[in-house]
Design a protein around this ligand. Structure first.
Ligand code: NAP
Length: 244
């Protein structure tokens, strides 16, 4: 039985599902986190298990420290013989508004889900990686965190913060064989972008199309591989040429 695991947050849909399938194809058992969509999580699980690995649900709200401590901390405590080699902090939300109209709830939810979650989850996992002297942490950020996007001060701040955290942690853990990198998607076809005017926005992209979740997952697969060992603190744009 395989004993190596990858924990992917927000694995029930979109980019997270594609990442789970990619890591499963690399032989990793998947710990699939999601918040509420049981039906979609089940679909991800089926697609993962077709590759021959196991998929276990870790259902919790990534923005809730108590839930993270209970579920992630509990799993580690109860599975001491198993190793989480890969952590992908992918779960995210956007709640767009101009700053002058933004509510406290919109600000707090977006910062908590996209940024606080990194802190809550990663500190549980990194200790084990340091002890084993091997680990791959990949954070899913955004073009918004690099160039800033009007109507997304909350989301841009959260993703920019996550980029800073990626670079800082990379330096803390580099000597122990643990790498920390980020992928920064532009416009990717998922439910998060379903409400956007794809035709108009695609015209802004040099490749003239939105990206696919699988195209983000390929890059995550590279950062998750042993072959990327000498790359850390890096942010890889995946945006069809739409740079700032
Ligand atoms: P999506 O289709 O909306 O899926 C979001 C995923 O995150 C779902 O699995 C959802 O779980 C989970 N999630 C949301 N809030 C959560 C919470 N509090 N606790 C646990 N899980 C939570 O989004 P996506 O487009 O795949 O986005 C994935 C990541 O890519 C996000 O970090 C996003 O910011 C980033 N990104 C996306 C794009 C894009 O164009 N799509 C561009 C740049 C960056 P449930 O199914 O249970 O709700």
């Amino acid at each position: 039985m395989r004993v190596k695991y990858a924990l992917v947050t927000g694995g029930s849909r979109g980019i997270g599902r594609a990442i789970c399938i990619k890591l499963a194809s690399m032989g990793y058992n998947i710990l699939l986190n999601y918040r509420s969509n049981d039906e979609q999580a089940q679909k991800s699980k089926e697609a993962i298990e077709i590759t021959g690995v196991e998929c276990e649900f870790l259902k919790f709200d990534v923005s809730d420290k108590n839930q993270v401590d209970t579920v992630v901390g509990g799993w580690i405590e109860n599975n001491k013989e198993k190793t989480i080699e890969i952590l992908v902090n992918n779960a995210g939300v956007r709640e767009d508004n101009l700053l002058m109209w933004m509510t406290d709830t919109q600000w707090k939810n977006v910062i908590a889900t996209n940024l606080d979650s990194f802190y809550f989850i990663t500190r549980h996992i990194v200790a084990q990686m340091l002890a084993k002297r091997y680990g791959r942490i990949i954070n899913v950020v955004s073009l918004s965190g690099i160039k800033g996007m009007a109507g997304q001060t909350n989301y841009s701040a959260a993703k920019a913060g996550l980029i800073g955290a990626t670079k800082a942690l990379a330096q803390e853990v580099a000597r122990r064989g643990v790498t920390v990198n980020a992928v920064a998607p532009g416009f990717i076809e998922t439910e998060m972008t379903a409400g956007l005017d794809e035709k108009t926005l695609s015209a802004l992209v040099p490749m003239k199309r939105f990206g696919k979740a699988e195209e983000v997952a390929e890059a995550v697969g590279f950062f998750a591989s042993t072959g990327s060992a000498y790359i850390t603190g890096e942010v890889l744009n995946i945006n069809g040429g739409l740079y700032s």
